[in-house]
Each structure stands twice: as C-alpha cells, then as structure tokens.
Write a protein that binds this ligand. Structure first.
Ligand SMILES: [Cu+2]
Length: 112
C-alpha cells in the first residue's frame, strides 16, 4: 500500500511539481475519471425520459406501458398523463428501442 502511494507521488511530482497531496491526480484527470464512472453506471442502470404529446388517457398509458415493457432490459415504465413524459428505467436499455416501441404503440416521441 505505502509502496504504491509512494510511486504515485513520484509520478505526480515528475509531471506536475505543484500537485502534492491531492492523490497524485490533476483536477482534469479527476473529471474524466468521474465521467467514465457515470458511463459505467448508465450501462448498469438506466433512466430514460421521453416526451410523448399524444398520450391523453389511461388507454394510451396502458398501450405504451405494454409495448415499452417488452423492450430488452426495461424494468419499469411510468407514463405521466399530466406531463406527457414517459420514464423508462432498466439495465442497458437502448433509447432507440424504446422510441421504436412507443412508435409501435402508435405514438410519437418528440424532442423536449
Ligand atoms: Cu388514450
């Protein structure tokens, strides 16, 4: 453990003499690492939202819930009649697949 952190300090000192005691990482590196982690998490568990203005009643709600529910990886579909927003959660869900499923149900997704 201590050997490893010594090495990291050496590397940080070699590249950026000013950075000391920040774990051997520049702020920029920290940012890219964070966004990589977010990508991994998105692959694990995804929440996607779609605006579907054509949704107006319980029938629309059921049709979209059924169709989108069959998309690979989808765990939950919430169709909000008031906001016309369809919220899909699941694992590794493809946005294109959901749009297609909503289309098959007879509704159109628009850009927010
Ligand atoms: Cu309806």
């Amino acid at each position: 453990m201590s050997e490893r952190s010594e090495r990291m300090d050496d590397r940080a000192t070699a590249r950026e003499p000013g950075v000391d005691g920040v774990g051997g990482r520049s702020p920029l590196e920290g940012m890219s690492e964070r966004s990589e982690r977010m990508d991994e998490r998105m692959d694990e568990h995804t929440t996607l939202t779609f605006v579907v203005p054509g949704v107006s009643c319980a029938h629309c709600q059921a049709a979209i819930t059924d169709e989108v529910g069959e998309v690979d990886g989808v765990e939950q579909v919430i169709v909000d009649l008031a906001t016309k927003v369809v919220t899909v959660t699941g694992r590794g869900v493809s946005q294109a697949d959901v749009v297609e499923a909503i289309d098959e149900a007879g509704y159109e997704v628009v850009e927010p």
